[in-house]
Structure formats: C-alpha cells, structure tokens
Design a protein around this ligand. Sequence first.
Ligand code: ZN
Length: 160
Amino acid sequence: MQIQKHIVASIEYTLTDDGGQVIDTSEGRGPLTYLHGAGNLIPGLEADLEGKGVGDAFKSRIEPADAYGERNDAMVQDVPRDQLPGDMEIEVGMQFQAQGPGGVQVVTVAAVNGDVIKMDGNHPLAGVTLNFDVKVVDIREATKEEVEHGHVHGAGGHHH
Ligand code: ZN
C-alpha cells in the first residue's frame, strides 16, 4: 500500500530550519497521523509523501511558497495600545488571536514603541524554508466517515 488520496498515514518527523534549529518534532509525542489528500499538511510535505510506503524515510526541503508562504509586510500593522487589554503588560513575542478574513489568525507583537504596538499577522513560519526528516511508520485505508470529514478519527486524530 502506498500513500495516496484517502490513505491515512502515520509519520515520525523532525522539522528544522536552515540553521539546524528544531522547530517541531514527533519525538516523545508519537507519530503524526493524518488523512492524505485533504490539505491537512503543508502542500510541499504532502507532495513528497505521495507514493511512499511503510518504512520509507526521507528528507524533504520545502521552500516557503510550499509551506507557510512568504512574509507579507502588509500584515504588519501599528495598533494603538488602548485597543489591547489594558491590564496586560505587552511584550515583544507575545501572541494574540484575532478574527481575520480567513478565520482566527495569530498575531505576534513585533515591537513596542510607547503607545504604539507593532503587530505581525504573518504565520511565525512564513518566509522560513523547512527541512523535514520524515519516516512513514503506518498506512491504512481511511474510513468513509474520515473521508467525508476530511480528517482522521481515533488515535492521533479527532474524537467526536
Ligand atoms: Zn470527524
């Protein structure tokens, strides 16, 4: 069996940036189980997993365009301090959830200049080239219900 549309695959992975810094890993957490072909992974990784089988291990280098996109300077905005919760100390690196046109969006405090807060709505990994070290550990057919829902049920997936 190979990974293709409507296959559920479990992968072990470690994600590093070009500096070798670990951004995310399945180590200590167990494999990531996902429904292939439903847009549950970034496009570049999903494309590289296509056709792989259990036991296959590979490295995948993914440019921002096939990952979390390029940085968009238009998504950086100055916000007056009084539009944020008053009882909170605002520090660089803090993250807030904001309602954006595409749903809930995470914005990060990029700078604090007195009463003006620079908010960055870019995904924290926008503009970052991703280096995945991946191993396929399990593959199975998706159930009809999983295909309908567009995600995995049970271990490692949705419980509902
Ligand atoms: Zn479901």
